[in-house]
Design a protein around this ligand. Structure first.
Ligand SMILES: C[S@@+](CC[C@H](N)C(=O)[O-])C[C@H]1O[C@@H](n2cnc3c(N)ncnc32)[C@H](O)[C@@H]1O
Length: 309
């Protein structure tokens, strides 16, 4: 079995790439032996460990797997000094973008692959989103709107960070054009303080919703059918008040075969391309700043734009 000792990371990547070329089929496992990451605790990547070998942490191997479209299987200790790294090639065609639904509004519905995703089980999203919810200091009785609510995960996170009586005093409104997702969301929340509306976000003006203290929209605003300029104008003119907060989330990742890969995906580009994402975020940021919001941008696999007056 291949064993790496003093080689550089570039040498290792070149060897792995070669292995992928030889057998590029989903599920194939590439194995090699490297120095035990625990021998280099406190060392930076490539710095010599206690056995005078370049240190590479588990995070290094995880990052490398992600960039090479592999998943890191559990490394196996060989002895105190060496571990076997196992990278499994993932199936890049195994994602919901390849699923066809005659009714386009069901692309993210209960029968879609997307529906299996739970962002509240992803550490980076959970940390970033929860931190913003805590920063806002939501008050009893607030009206909260979620555009593209799907099965209601963002409301679940809200429930988890708030005292029960305060959560129950909120007035929650979720909108999505997937009827099956809305049905699941309705069943998930038992209180009377919520309503889930099956409607097109482009027609908000017809829904007589009034003003909200917090507006959330995660992974929805850049959907192809949404007129973002009109929507943002409509939100600012009709649905935000003097002290409202907004949280907009933009995917900077792609899901396939159970994995998440960093970087916004753009049609016809095989590699991540962030220009459109950056342009979109700057559009929202500038518009909101012009309307007297203070805007922060954070996040990793999801870029979260947080705006408050
Ligand atoms: C990528 S999903 C995000 C769902 C959820 N916010 C999350 O982050 O898991 C986008 C959601 O927006 C909904 N959606 C997209 N365009 C819409 C539109 N024009 N009107 C209403 N809902 C829309 C989809 O049905 C889907 O549930």
């Amino acid at each position: 079995m291949k064993k790496f000792t003093i080689e550089t990371l570039a040498d290792i990547i070149s060897w792995i790439r070669n292995q992928v070329e030889i057998n590029n089929s989903p599920g194939h496992v590439i194995e090699f032996i490297v120095s035990n990451p625990d021998l280099g605790i406190g060392r930076y990547s490539g710095e010599l460990n206690s056995k005078k070998l370049p240190h590479r942490s588990l995070k290094n191997w995880q990052d490398l797997a992600e960039y090479l479209d592999c998943r890191l299987l559990l490394p196996q200790p060989v002895d105190e000094m060496w571990v076997k790294i196992r990278l499994q090639i993932v199936d890049k065609n195994e994602d919901w973008h390849h699923q066809h639904f005659p009714d386009k509004s069901e692309k993210y519905g209960a029968n879609s692959t997307y529906f299996r995703i739970n962002k509240l089980e992803e550490p980076t999203f959970l940390f970033d989103y929860t931190r913003l919810l805590q920063q806002i200091q939501i008050k009893p009785g607030w009206r909260v709107l979620n555009l593209g609510v799907n099965k209601g995960d963002e409301f679940v996170a809200l429930k988890n960070v708030m005292a029960r009586d305060c959560f129950e005093s909120l007035e929650l409104t979720g909108i999505d054009f997937s009827q099956s997702a809305i049905d699941v969301a309705r069943n998930r929340f038992s209180g009377k303080n919520h309503r889930f509306i099956c409607a097109d976000i482009n027609t908000l003006a017809n829904l007589s919703l009034g003003q909200f203290d917090l507006i959330i929209s995660i992974g929805t605003l850049q959907s192809p059918g949404i007129d973002r300029q009109n929507l943002l104008r409509q939100l600012v003119q009709a649905h935000v008040g003097a002290e409202s907060a907004l949280i907009f989330g933009f995917p900077n990742s792609r899901y396939f075969d159970g994995e998440i890969k960093y970087g916004a995906h753009v049609k016809n580009y095989s590699e991540p391309e962030l220009s459109l994402l950056v342009k979109d975020i700057m559009f929202y940021k500038k518009y909101l700043q012009q309307h007297k919001f203070k805007v922060q941008v954070s996040g990793k696999y999801y870029i979260l734009l947080f705006a408050i007056r």
